[in-house]
Design a protein around this ligand. Structure first.
Ligand SMILES: CC(C)(COP(=O)(O)OP(=O)(O)OC[C@H]1O[C@@H](n2cnc3c(N)ncnc32)[C@H](O)[C@@H]1OP(=O)(O)O)[C@@H](O)C(=O)NCCC(=O)NCCS
Length: 380
């Protein structure tokens, strides 16, 4: 007879596993804070480099500091000839897998070593360098060519979009991508950040820790939903078909991509902001996306009410950041197969800052498990 399972938190739901000064996700009130500032305000008024500086130094930069920081990350973001060869050699296949393999190979080729017992400042530079390199990696994966030579003083978002589109992006597209990249830079102890911190907690090299974090994004439950959201909009096709489509999905007990969240019990502030961005873009998908959002929300609401009436505990299911991300990024001209890699270029900044926190106050992650197997028996 197995012993009864002690209570444990499946999926570590509700468990606080570390302290961070980087971001606070208030799921009850729908508020997201980055290092003491409302993330939506930052996304609407600041640049990526300013918010990156804030997460890195815990304060906003002066003009001179910002210029120096921009110049530094721009320089760190230029791969050398050997790294471009690595990128070209490993770019085949699904872009996120290629991104993971390229980043891992470059960290290895650069000789990044386990961080334990090393100079912390040196390890922090390695983290900054990997984050800065992300746009070039996505560009080479997409084009198969060396990154375009762009003006030195371009911002991170403009450089990123330019590399993908192959031409100077329009201001509105650049702003949409900048808002998205800022809003998704950090988000508490989500699955990828946790994976990165767990890996770093062993003293592993930072290339391994970032690679572990990227691995989690290959699943659509975290970070991988925007591409499937567009597939869903494609298969619905027109506003009049939205209602029946949603009903069929729920009857078949399928998950609807871009809805639900582990932490938010009310509107996700990032989704609301990106919806405003998408509405401002006035792209061809907006009417269909609005109709689908409306139908899914009312169907999920009815579904949850029916479950509650039958005595099952339920939670509110709302639209999440990935639904409106899909629409905003599509209107900005980013192909859907690059959405997860685009997410990487923003969240790698959050991962790196979390890993810095981990290595400054490290405790190996080592939870326990309840044994539910057979009792020990003599080996015959
Ligand atoms: C994000 C997500 C994994 C969070 O899940 P969670 O808080 O751990 O909740 P669970 O997976 O335990 O689901 C709880 C219930 O809500 C339902 N549910 C949650 N999200 C749903 C969705 N998008 N569509 C339909 N039902 C959903 C589940 O089916 C489950 O119902 P059940 O108890 O009858 O089985 C989940 O909402 C999801 O799968 N969403 C779709 C993928 C997505 O958009 N991912 C991006 C997240 S930013």
């Amino acid at each position: 007879m197995n012993t009864p399972a002690p209570s444990f938190a499946a999926g570590l739901e509700g468990v606080i596993a570390c302290a961070t000064r980087l971001s606070d996700v208030d799921g009850t009130n729908g508020k997201l804070t980055f290092a003491g500032y409302n993330a939506v305000d930052l996304a609407e008024k600041k640049t990526i480099e300013e918010v990156w500086f804030l997460l890195h130094y815990n304060r906003l930069p002066t003009d001179a500091e910002l210029d120096a920081f921009k110049a530094k990350v721009e320089k760190l973001g230029r791969p050398n000839a050997q790294e471009i060869r690595i990128m070209k050699g490993l770019r085949a296949g699904e872009p996120l897998s290629a991104f993971r393999s390229i980043l891992s190979a470059i960290a290895s080729q650069r000789g990044y070593k386990p961080w334990l017992n090393r100079d912390v400042a040196e390890v922090e530079e390695e983290l900054l360098a990997l984050s800065a390199l992300a746009p070039a990696i996505v560009e080479v994966i997409h084009t198969g060519k060396a990154p375009l030579k762009k003006r030195n003083n371009l911002g991170y978002a403009e450089r990123y979009l330019w590399g993908i589109l192959g031409h100077k992006p329009k201001k509105e597209a650049r702003q949409a991508v900048e808002t998205y990249l800022i809003l998704t830079m950090d988000h508490g102890l989500n699955a990828s950040t946790f994976a990165g911190r767990v890996c770093a907690s062993t003293g592993a090299d930072v290339g391994a820790a970032i690679t572990a974090a990227i691995g989690t994004l290959s699943g659509p439950l975290h970070g991988g939903a925007p591409g499937p959201v567009l597939d869903m909009l494609d298969s619905i096709g027109s506003v009049d078909k939205a209602k029946d489509w949603v009903k069929d999905q729920l009857t078949a007990k399928r998950r609807i991509m871009g809805f639900g969240h582990r932490v938010y019990r009310t509107d996700d502030p990032r989704a609301l902001t990106l919806k405003r961005v998408a509405e401002k873009q006035k792209g061809p998908r907006i009417e269909l996306a609005r109709a689908v959002e409306h139908e899914v929300l009312s169907a999920l609401d009815a579904h949850q009410k029916a479950k509650a009436a039958a005595g099952t505990p339920v939670r509110a299911l709302r639209v999440n950041v990935e639904f409106w991300t899909a629409v905003a990024l599509e209107h900005a001209g980013i192909p859907r197969e690059l959405y997860s890699s685009t997410f990487c270029t923003s969240r790698i900044i959050g991962w790196s800052e979390h890993i810095r926190e981990q290595l400054k106050d490290n405790k190996l992650f080592r939870p326990l498990s309840h044994y539910s197997g057979e009792p020990a028996q003599p080996l015959v």
